[in-house]
Design a protein around this ligand. Structure first.
Ligand code: C5P
Length: 235
């Protein structure tokens, strides 16, 4: 049996409307470089990752400049750009999986990671890969919920307190074998993460503890927090 390889797939075809910026949030400058570059640099530096694919929209006008001086593109590249993004995150991931069909084996692992999570570090990739090495299903980084959770009614009042025990907040990367992930996404509706599609097939993805610094940037005030984390890791 051949040893499975590890590929990263980064959906980066969103518009990031909630960020209220002039261009998609994955290109916002954070601690001196575009958000997407932080993510690409991290995967390029991870020895365990054989190759990284970034999915952008077919009419993306920013990625070429954002990646122009990256030392790991061009010949012998560790990172490639795929202009095949779709209308939703799930469509972008599925289009990417179809596009890389010839380069990836059914049993190879695919780590799907949001471009909007620039706080990922190589140590977290290694932790996920190590934890899932012999796993029959695959899994995801996530963090246990520590706050007390409230469900709101339509008027912003508490309808119920939700039992916190056993609840985790899902992060990315989410890591599954190519064939299973593709089948799950092809059969799923518009899920918001890969694990959701795998669960719909009746499997139970494994939860691997992530880190708060790997949070998803959504709103303008998230930028300050992200820069604190990113500067910390450069010191
Ligand atoms: O919008 P949200 O933060 O949920 O997006 C998560 C990730 O999915 C981002 O990296 C975004 O660029 C990507 N995405 C995509 N194609 C879409 C929508 C979102 O690749 N149509």
């Amino acid at each position: 049996m051949t040893v499975p390889r590890h590929f990263a797939l980064i959906p980066a075809a969103g518009v990031g409307a909630r960020m209220g910026a002039e261009y998609p949030k994955q290109y916002l400058a954070l601690a001196g470089k575009p958000m997407l570059r932080h993510v690409a640099d991290t995967f390029a530096a991870a020895q365990v990752i054989d190759h990284t694919f970034i999915v952008v929209s077919p009419d993306d006008a920013y990625v070429a400049e954002a990646m122009a001086d990256a030392p790991y593109t061009g010949s012998g590249a560790r990172v490639s750009i795929l202009y095949c993004g779709g209308a939703t995150r799930r469509d972008s991931v599925l289009n990417g999986l179809r596009t890389i069909r010839e380069q990836v084996g059914d049993a190879d692992w695919v780590l799907v990671h949001d471009a909007a999570r620039p706080g990922l570090v190589v140590g977290l990739i290694d932790r996920l890969v190590h934890a899932l090495r012999d796993d029959p299903v695959g899994g995801l980084l996530a963090i246990p919920v520590v706050d007390t959770l409230k469900r709101a009614d339509d008027y912003g009042r508490v309808q119920a307190t939700v039992e916190r025990r056993g609840l985790w907040a899902a992060q990315t990367p989410q890591m599954f074998r190519y064939a299973l992930l593709r089948r799950a996404l092809e059969q799923s509706g518009q899920v918001t993460d890969e694990a959701g599609a795998i669960e719909a097939l009746g499997f139970q993805p494994k939860l691997v503890e992530g880190n708060p610094r790997n949070f998803k940037l959504t709103l303008p005030h998230d930028i300050v927090q992200a820069e604190l984390y990113l500067k910390e890791s450069n010191d």
